[in-house]
Design a protein around this ligand. Structure first.
Ligand SMILES: Nc1ncnc2c1ncn2[C@@H]1O[C@H](COP(=O)(O)OP(=O)(O)O)[C@@H](O)[C@H]1O
Ligand SMILES: [Mg+2]
Length: 133
C-alpha cells in the first residue's frame, strides 16, 4: 500500500486527500478536504523514512511552535494527529500565494501600506523561528 492510500485510510471520516502539492526534506504536503468543515486544507505528513531514521522530534517541535503562535505572517495550525502511525498536521492551503505566482496572475502588485517596522519585526520573528526549528 502506498503512502497516499495508507494516509487516506488513517484519515477516513476526517480528511480526504486530493493530491500532492509539495515535498520537503522532512515531509510531504497534500491538498485535502476537511470533511467536518467542508473546506480545502494543506495536510503535512512526516515522511515515514524520516520518522524511522531520524525520529519525529523536529516535526513535533514544528507543530508545537505553530500551535503557540498567532501572527499574520505565520500559518495557523488547524489540527494535528496521527493516522495509522503517520504523523500529520493541518494548516491553510497557500497554493498560488507565492510572490511569483501572484505576479504571474496579477501582473503588478499594489504597494502595501503596512509599515516597514511591522515587516521587519515579522522577518526577525521568522528568522528566530527558522533558527530554532
Ligand atoms: N500550507 C501550504 N500550502 C500550500 N503548499 C504548501 C504549504 N506548506 C507547504 N507547502 C508546499 O510543500 C513544500 C514542502 O513543505 P515544507 O514545509 O517546506 O516541508 P519540509 O518541512 O519537509 O521542508 C513547500 O515547499 C511548499 O511548496
Ligand atoms: Mg522546506
Amino acid at each position: 500500500m502506498d503512502l497516499v492510500q495508507h494516509l487516506d485510510r488513517g484519515l477516513a471520516g476526517r480528511y480526504a486527500i486530493d493530491r500532492e502539492i509539495g515535498q520537503g526534506g522532512m515531509a510531504i504536503v497534500f491538498l485535502a478536504h476537511d470533511l467536518r468543515h467542508d473546506r480545502k486544507v494543506a495536510l503535512k505528513v512526516l515522511r515515514p523514512e524520516v520518522a524511522s531514521e531520524i525520529g519525529a522530534d523536529r516535526f513535533l517541535r514544528e507543530i508545537k511552535l505553530a500551535a503557540g503562535l498567532t501572527h499574520p505572517h505565520i500559518l495557523p495550525l488547524y489540527d494535528s494527529g496521527e493516522a495509522e502511525g503517520l504523523l500529520f498536521y493541518v494548516m491553510p492551503n497557500m497554493e498560488g500565494h507565492s510572490l511569483r505566482e501572484r505576479l504571474d496572475a496579477e501582473g503588478q502588485l499594489a504597494l502595501s501600506t503596512e509599515p516597514c517596522e511591522s515587516r521587519a519585526r515579522s522577518l526577525q520573528r521568522l528568522t528566530t523561528l527558522t533558527a530554532i526549528t
